[in-house]
Design a protein around this ligand. Structure first.
Ligand code: FNR
Length: 347
């Protein structure tokens, strides 16, 4: 029997260790699993051409974004309630991220205090902001993150209607929120969506307001349409994260790989373009960079590592993806990320 690749091994370990409802919360998409496949196949269907005999002794995967230097272009995407998966929680992921010289986006729904996560990480982290129903509450959460010393704010805009729900066990909650956002009650005949949820959802005017409140780099996460990416630039954002939230919000969207080239062509010279959703190997990371992404975020795979082995598991997942990226660079004759962006992909 073939040995399992390390990431698949961690996925198996995670499934074996986690309660069934937590595993389902982690793995599910907004439909019946098809969107996950679309996301993964988007990257996997692109092809690479080997280019042997190049001298690559000095090659590296170094990456610079917003004056931060990392050893590689892999970021940990924001994932809520990480103590659900392992007692190490967000602190475990952050410590692993630092050990691997990378960067992490800490979720608004983190299960440990943001100040403690940043302190334990021993490096400034990025903060992922969810709209808190109104400007006052959103500003309060933002201030808490800024006071903790975060170095960028990633405003997630694709999930005004939250679908991935789980009954949280006692002792696990979104500890950085003053109080959980409760939905406005609707009357008979009113729409739960438009009269309820959407009255508490942000709009472009709120993005303009937020830009005034954030003195550090601001990115919008969860864009797929070229016009929205252009608008993010017009509203003064420093970056966009092209993402369909790992397929967890709207079913039947294209893969990120399918929309990325048009976004890069439209805004790639004006802001940083990051991606996530369906990245499962260093080859996928390579392809996203070759298609013009400045950096690549991973979601579920590092949580498999966290569930399997805590902080050490997260570190191993990052290192594995980086090793695979380096191997792919070696086999395609690429010595750094600028060169990588010039590589053509095959369909
Ligand atoms: C998420 N994601 C997410 N995104 C965000 O902006 N804030 C959040 O709190 C969460 N929480 C969350 C929980 C879980 C269990 C998952 C799986 C995902 C989305 C995440 O940041 C990212 O966009 C996707 O996970 C990327 O897709 P892959 O790598 O999981 O396929």
């Amino acid at each position: 029997m073939q040995p399992l690749p390390l990431l698949s091994y961690f996925a198996q370990q995670a499934q074996a260790k986690l309660p069934a409802d937590v595993w389902h919360y982690l793995q599910s998409d907004a439909g019946s699993g098809l969107q996950l496949q679309v996301n993964e196949l988007g990257w996997q269907s692109k092809k690479l051409l080997p280019r042997p005999l190049r001298a690559l002794q000095q090659a590296n995967t170094r990456c610079e974004l917003f004056s931060e230097q990392w050893a590689h272009p892999l970021l940990l995407a924001p994932v809520a309630y990480q103590r659900l998966f392992h007692a190490d929680g967000e602190i475990g992921s952050a410590v692993a991220c630092n050990a691997q010289q990378g960067q992490m986006m800490v979720s608004s729904l983190a299960s440990q205090p943001i100040s403690e996560i940043v302190t334990q990480a021993q490096q400034p982290l990025w903060f992922q902001l969810y709209w808190q129903g109104d400007r006052e509450r959103t500003a309060a959460l933002l201030q808490k993150a800024l006071a903790a010393g975060v170095s960028a704010v990633v405003f997630t805009v694709d999930a005004p209607v939250k679908q991935a729900l789980i009954d949280l066990p006692d002792g696990i909650s979104a500890v950085n929120l003053a109080q959980p956002l409760s939905m406005r009650p609707v009357h008979m005949g009113q729409s739960q969506v438009f009269d309820g949820w959407m009255t508490q959802a942000p709009t472009w005017e709120d993005v303009a307001w937020l830009r005034q409140q954030v003195p550090i780099p601001l990115l919008l996460k969860g864009l797929m349409h070229v016009d929205d990416a252009k608008r993010a630039v017009e509203y003064g954002c420093d970056g966009v994260v092209i993402s369909n939230h790992g397929g967890r919000v709207l079913d039947s969207t294209p893969s990120v790989a399918a929309v990325l080239p048009a976004v890069v062509a439209a805004v790639g010279s004006q802001c940083k373009v990051l991606v996530d959703s369906g990245i499962r190997s260093g080859q996928d990371v390579f392809k996203a960079l070759a298609m013009g992404a400045d950096a690549v975020c991973i979601g579920r795979p590092y949580i498999w590592g966290l569930a399997a082995e805590g902080a050490m598991g997260v570190a191993k997942v990052i290192r594995t993806l980086r090793d695979e990226l380096e191997m792919t660079m070696a086999l395609t004759g690429v010595s750094n990320l600028s060169e990588l962006r010039q590589v053509g992909l095959f369909e």
